[in-house]
Every structure is written in structure tokens, then in C-alpha cells.
Design a protein. Structure first.
Length: 203
């Protein structure tokens, strides 16, 4: 009796984008950028109560989660985006289509390049010694580097979409493309440069 070999379907993000062949060039971020293939970036919060559990969450889902936060223009969470994950997923899906149309590249790879360019290596902390507070430069852990990069990319998209005829999807796509190119017009890249400038002055 001959054995039947069935080809397993390839797992593509949103049925379009392949995770294979995407390399994280920054050695400090390789351990925290999760590129495990998923169809839909929604893990239903399984990592919630595990220490460092978010390191096992797909990087696209972590971007989706950042989009559900409110921005600086509206400090109170009015419920416009809080908890509306389906809406956030649709925003990322459309933004990825726009990125592919504008660059002709895999949008997952463009997102990884954007994170590498937006993740700060140094930051400043305050140390109180003898009643005097000093600002001291410190290295940033890989997990916090990824958190800051994703937070600033999402925040930059929200800031540019505020009082702007462009949609949030277009603003997110433009922010990711600019960050991937290392362009200082990107909010996230500008934030990294500023953080590292202050840290260099505090050495």
C-alpha cells in the first residue's frame, strides 16, 4: 500500500507574506524578534502571565498590540483603539499592502529593517548619590530596544495621522518605510537619534 504524502500548506501572513528567508541583521535583536510563521497575528494573550512571555509573540502581533494604545494627542483612553484588535490587525494588513506596492519588497522584511534602525542602543537613567541626582548613560536591553522601536513606530504613525487627510494605514506604511531607510523624517528614527544624543552627553 503506497503511502500518501500530503504537502502541508505554507503558513503565510494574511495569506500573502512569507516569513522564510528574513534575516535579523542586528545581533542584539536576534533573540527577541520572533518570526514564527502565523496566518493571523493574534495569540489571544497566551503569553500574558508568563515572565518574558512576549518574547515568544510574533513581531507583527507586537506591532498590532502597540497600535491599540492611545497617543500623546489624547492622553485619556477614550476607547477609540483600546482593545479593538481586529481593527488594529486590519490597519496593519492594509499598511503591509501599501508597503509592498511602494517598495516591491516583503513588508515583513521592511518592518524588521525599520525596527533595527529605530531601536536605541543607549539610554539615560537617573542615579541619586548623596542627595544629588545624576543622569548616567546605560546600555539598553534587547527586549527594551524592541519595545521602544515598536512603540515609536506606532506613535509616529498616530501623530502623523492626527488632523491629516491621510489615513492611519498610509501613515503607518510611510513611517515603516522611512524607518527602514534610516530616514530622519521618520518619528522613530528621530527619537532614537535624540535618545542616543542625550545618552552620549551623559557618559
Amino acid at each position: 500500500m503506497s503511502k500518501r504524502t500530503k504537502e502541508e500548506p505554507k503558513v503565510l501572513l494574511f495569506g500573502k507574506w512569507d516569513f522564510e528567508g528574513i534575516e535579523v541583521k542586528d545581533p542584539g535583536l536576534r533573540s527577541v524578534i520572533n518570526l514564527r510563521p502565523v496566518f493571523i497575528p493574534h495569540s489571544f494573550g497566551r503569553h500574558e502571565h508568563r515572565r518574558f512571555g512576549k518574547a515568544k509573540v510574533n513581531v507583527v502581533e507586537r506591532l498590532v498590540n502597540q497600535l491599540m494604545h492611545f497617543g500623546r494627542k489624547d492622553w485619556k483612553n477614550t476607547g477609540r483603539m483600546g482593545g479593538k484588535k481586529h481593527r488594529a490587525i486590519n490597519i496593519v494588513r492594509t499598511a503591509f499592502d501599501i508597503i509592498n506596492l511602494k517598495t516591491g519588497r516583503n513588508p515583513i522584511e521592511v518592518l524588521v529593517r525599520a525596527i533595527e534602525n529605530a531601536a536605541p542602543n543607549e539610554d539615560v537613567t537617573r542615579i541619586t548619590y548623596g542627595g544629588v541626582t545624576y543622569h548616567v548613560s546605560v546600555d539598553v536591553s534587547p527586549s527594551r530596544r524592541l519595545d521602544l522601536a515598536l512603540r515609536n513606530i506606532a506613535l509616529g504613525a498616530r501623530e502623523s495621522a492626527f488632523s491629516n487627510p491621510k489615513s492611519i494605514e498610509e501613515c503607518l506604511a510611510d513611517e515603516i518605510i522611512a524607518a527602514a531607510n534610516g530616514d530622519t523624517s521618520s518619528f522613530a528614527v528621530k527619537a532614537r537619534v535624540e535618545i542616543e544624543r542625550v545618552a552620549a552627553a551623559s557618559r
